[in-house]
Write a protein that binds this ligand. Structure first.
Ligand SMILES: C[S@@+](CC[C@H](N)C(=O)[O-])C[C@H]1O[C@@H](n2cnc3c(N)ncnc32)[C@H](O)[C@@H]1O
Length: 258
């Protein structure tokens, strides 16, 4: 691609989720300026957690980036030596991811992008050493099904990033008999996203369920992950992470005893 072709392509719209530097002074224009600090924060919270889990590095590791959008985190993992598959339900996102890959020069043997609905995943158990599940949990109407699927195909580590509700107090509920009540710490809020047709970051024609922190832990433990840690944001993090509106969780799948 010539410089002029790059400029035309990146500005064809819609706005981009990530800023990619395509060389020759051309960068992809961000949808909103805040995304810059969101991605910086996520990178600084996620990559050290991965490094701690894989002290020998990612060379020889196979990773799945679920709902990869334009492939930013797939490219990051690939740059660290992993073999990566990125999937997203939207054609435009994957077309962009593939074109960026070609410009940045990542070989198809190390990085592959596919248009796919994660719920159609039929990979064998333990296929991926590492799975990324960033920014999708709160855009789907079957969060538990998605987490079960993630647990099945993950060999050791899964990173989950999600929007969180501010519901800290347990929800009270009756339970089968007059006077019997439950206090339930984990809860989800329902959201019908209004912009699914035009927003490439949105849910794909489904109702969305936004969890609170307790619900994320409960979903992961119920699916079989054995150790769940919420990553603490640094003081310089984006305010959404500092105030707890978004969170990042590291879920470990212990090997079954032989
Ligand atoms: C908020 S963006 C998150 C992108 C990226 N993972 C990140 O966190 O930077 C949500 C993405 O999920 C994709 N998506 C929505 N439903 C999906 C599904 N069922 N399977 C795969 N991708 C999906 C959307 O197309 C969109 O790219």
């Amino acid at each position: 691609m010539t410089r002029e072709e790059k400029i035309k392509w990146v500005n064809a719209g819609p706005g981009w989720m990530y800023e990619f530097d395509l060389g020759e002074g051309v960068k992809t224009p961000l949808l909103t300026e805040e995304l810059r600090s969101v991605h910086e924060t996520r990178k600084h919270m996620i990559m050290p957690a991965i490094d701690r889990h894989f002290p020998g590095g990612l060379s020889g590791k196979y990773c799945l980036d679920v709902a990869c959008n334009e492939g930013y985190f797939s490219h990051l993992l690939c740059g660290r030596g992993a073999r990566v598959r990125g999937i997203d339900i939207r054609q435009l996102n994957i077309q962009r991811a593939r074109t960026i890959q070609a410009i940045l020069g990542y070989a198809p043997a190390s990085l592959a992008f596919d248009v796919a609905d994660f719920f159609d995943n039929r990979d064998e158990p333990d296929t991926y050493d590492l799975t990324l599940f960033l920014g999708l949990l709160y855009h789907i109407e079957n969060p538990m099904g998605a987490i079960r699927l993630l647990h099945r195909i993950t060999k050791t580590l899964c990173i989950i990033e999600t929007q969180l509700t501010r519901q800290a107090a347990p929800i009270k509920s009756g339970w089968g008999q007059t006077g019997v009540t439950l206090e339930l710490p984990g809860s989800m809020a329902l959201y019908q996203e209004p912009d699914m047709d035009e927003n490439n970051l949105a849910a794909y024609h489904s109702l969305s369920f936004i969890p609170n922190v307790a619900a994320v832990r409960q979903l992961l433990l119920s699916a079989g992950f054995t150790h769940i840690t919420q990553v603490s944001p640094t003081p310089a993090a984006n305010p959404q992470y500092l105030c707890g509106d978004r969170g990042i969780f590291v879920a470990v799948k212990s090997e079954k005893p032989t």
